[in-house]
Design a protein around this ligand. Structure first.
Ligand SMILES: Cc1cc2nc3c(=O)[nH]c(=O)nc-3n(C[C@H](O)[C@H](O)[C@H](O)COP(=O)(O)O)c2cc1C
Length: 183
């Protein structure tokens, strides 16, 4: 699959077949995700994979604030990646006296890049994903036993798609881009 096809054909998948993705495949997807760029190459993203039915059920009941859409997706999911990141590293240039106005927003930025890289790698390997932002970070941290220095960025539900998710509309390119012109 070429990169452009991969980007254009990835969809958020919310219906899954009753088949787990084997752990070796997931390890390969995370291994590919390591190539995501990151602030100063700190590589702060972490992936806690959940393929145990009881834990997924707990994530559905306690991890998504009861948001019915996400509860339903998790109820038929066979796998969930808890994407987290190590706090307090990105956004700093320790060897230079330079501060950026976004400060620690860069750690969330890093997590976002890691997230999309994971989703694209999964898609390339025939595994569907859906990012979830309507989540309860504290509760998820507790459920999966996240280390103290990490915080949850998102849940990424994964599995083999049942059916084929419809494509979602995109804004016209001229509505989102402009060229800066010299005066
Ligand atoms: C940061 C972020 C948070 C999201 N949160 C949710 C969510 O909580 N539940 C859900 O079903 N989809 C969620 N999505 C998926 C978006 O709804 C989806 O990406 C968008 O509608 C475009 O569809 P596509 O991914 O199929 O191209 C989220 C996506 C992103 C990037």
């Amino acid at each position: 699959m070429d990169a452009i096809t991969m980007i254009k054909e990835r969809r958020s998948v919310r219906k899954f077949r009753n088949k787990k993705v084997d752990r070796e495949t997931m390890k390969e997807i995370v291994s590919i995700s390591r190539w995501a760029p990151s602030w100063a190459n700190y590589q702060i993203a972490r992936y806690t994979l959940v393929d145990d039915e009881a834990i997924i059920k707990k994530l559905a009941t306690e991890g998504v604030k009861g948001f019915v859409y996400n509860v339903k997706t998790l109820e038929n999911a066979k796998g969930v990646a808890v994407l987290s990141f190590v706090k307090g590293k990105s956004g700093k240039l320790d060897d230079y006296d330079i501060a950026t106005s976004k400060a620690n927003v860069w750690e969330v930025f890093d997590a976002g890049i890691a997230c999309q890289t994971f989703c694209l790698a999964a898609h390339a390997m025939g595994v569907g994903t859906c990012i979830m932002g309507v989540i309860d970070e504290e509760s998820i941290s507790e459920i999966v036993g996240l280390p103290e220095e990490e915080t949850v960025a998102a849940l990424i539900v994964y599995g083999y798609e049942d059916g084929h998710a419809a494509s979602t509309p995109r804004k016209d390119v001229d509505d989102i881009m402009r060229f800066a012109e010299a005066e």
